[in-house]
Design a protein around this ligand. Sequence first.
Ligand SMILES: Cc1cc2nc3c(=O)[nH]c(=O)nc-3n(C[C@H](O)[C@H](O)[C@H](O)COP(=O)(O)O)c2cc1C
Length: 736
Amino acid sequence: MQWRPIHRWLGLLAGALALVIGVTGLILAFFPVRDTWRAVPAEPGLPVAVLAQRATERIAGIEEIRRLPSGEIVVYSFDGGQARASRIDPANGQVLGDYQASAVERWVRNLHRSFMLDDPGRLVAAGVALAMLLLTFSGILMLARRLGGWRHLASGRIRGTPAQRIHGISGRILALVLALSSLTALYMSATTFSLIQADSATDPDVMSVPGDQPDRTVGSLPLLRALSTDGLRKLSFPAADDPEDVWHVVTDAGDGWIDRRSGHVLSWQPASTARAFYDWVYALHTGQGLWAWALVLGLAGLCLPVFWVSGFLIWRQGRARVPRLADNSPARRADTLIFVASEGGTTWGFAKALHDALARNGHRVHTAPLEQFQVTESVRQVFILAATYGDGQAPAHAARALDRIVGQKAGGVPVSVLGFGDRQFPAFCGYAEALDRALRTAGWPLTMPLECIHQQSAQQFARWGAALSEALGETLTLEYVPRVPETFTLELAERQDYAGGPAGPAAILRLRWRDSGLLARLLGRGMPRFRAGDLVGIVPPGSPVPRYYSLASGFRDGFLEICVRRMPDGVCSGFLHGLKPGDRIQAFIKPNPGFTLETSRRPVVLIGAGTGVAPLAGFIRGNVRKAPMFLYFGARNPDEDFYFGAVIRRWLEEGRLTALRTAFSRIKDGGGYVQDALRRDADRLRTLVSKGAVLRICGSRPMATGVAEALNEILGPLGLDVRRLRERGRYAEDIF
Ligand SMILES: Cc1cc2nc3c(=O)[nH]c(=O)nc-3n(C[C@H](O)[C@H](O)[C@H](O)COP(=O)(O)O)c2cc1C
């Protein structure tokens, strides 16, 4: 089932009406709280007879006494030609004031129940409740999928634009409340339209036995003396002008009818389960008598506008991410098909480059989302470009695409898969692999073997393009220009320069941003939240291609810090090294969810070399809770390239860093390389890993390979290795 379009369209349409229901619901939730606040409840165990006796002594012409869910006692009377409803003090029957729902309350309630349109409006409101139920259900399914399965639903970190995070986080918190509100609303609508019977019992045919005796006083009626006010709902008095009329008492336990003269119980009907159920449904929906729950309901009402606006923004942002394909041939006429599975939209950029290159060569190319996979007669070749999400799963829109592909009979047309993923994740390009496996098993031929592109590498894509050119025997020029997301301005606040040794100088740059306001943030235009270990993309002047640097600070630190080595002929590093305090640059954030650290009390082992220490320094800086953190740092010479050295020592004193082990390769007795430092500390590392430690490695590829080899040796006795730690999400690398 394709939940995304259902969720989107229901959300946009029914969501607008749900706004009215949400806002009025928020206002209505206030009344149960006020009622509970105002109520003067009866003392526990007060017999109904005593309460009624006290009331009759103070008020003439009583017709009915009600106990409201808030505990308030209200007496309805008719005296001197005037009907009144009075709140009384059950301790003495004294009138506390009139009881009347305010005009505002009635107006809001009518709007909430029926949009002021009586029965047709009630039907629409029921439709909205049904839509809300479907929205909650589809939203939770989509969220579970996005987070990599049901087990991550409660605790998985929701990433994305501020709108996506607001939508997901508030949805996760309130899904249950919204589902319950919708279900209870539907049940109540069904009883209103008599589709369900709320109370199956019918009143017995009873009357008071005629006679000359006078009426018994209410205080002397045995049933009412036995019943407690705690369970009272209402007590109807017999009409003065009808000698056959009876007392009728309604309690949580059941209904009783009493002879007005003898005081005998004429009939007792225990409360039906249907009524008890309806009462629960009513209380759950309205919060009547459950003031704390009413507050939760109010919060849910408040969230509806937030949902709607954030959902609308997500829809708009999603549309903006998919590039326009000027010459997309109709599927039935195309000779080449390109199918795309993408969550964040970047894979579409690669698809467009392939589409344009093939179209330039005279192919009739049709590009579409993967769930539309269908190979028509005119087709000669098919390409699938697929990103992986969650735990090796499909992007949400393509969740059912694999079933669809498996369900189709293999033809002779070659289908090639190009995967997009990130090596940080244990299931690197897991979805592309699954697609490729399914296609091969089904017998589809291929033009190109499966290739997996790491972190949207333009170079890797170009290499794949060159191989494709060769395989097709035609010259293909893939012009992939990364779509640079909306950028923001950063201003250099300060810089710290290091000699850096033979590899060239390096600098730590601290940059600041100007606050862009909430609206801009919601629209995805402001300074996004980021965490140490995420990446900042910087677009140097005169180049369309951004370069990425690991972040040594988090948003909460109030600045953005990176450590940049000046590369020979490096366009971006040269530009950054030329910056002076006060100079401005354009940048954007690229989340690096596989690498950033979740807050926990687990020990953390950080291993890095050279400028690779930057994100690790960011983790230590953010360790305000002082979880056990161990840094293994490798450099050449402490005087040249011990980046962050001074501040790391300070963090060590403050307890943000538990222990520091350094290895300097170019000085005498410096300790060699970082992997040598690991081997020297093997016992401690084994203890930490057996306590559940999480490892983060950052630096060059040769360093990462050396570290992985050393750790495999060290962890061997524990029956563990890097691969297994990676699979368990405890080992991640950031390699440059
Ligand atoms: C929340 C999240 C989960 C991810 N999970 C995986 C994964 O399990 N395996 C993988 O190889 N890549 C994973 N990635 C990386 C993306 O697949 C990769 O960045 C891809 O290029 C995104 O393409 P898109 O922008 O078209 O969706 C994940 C990215 C995010 C943001």
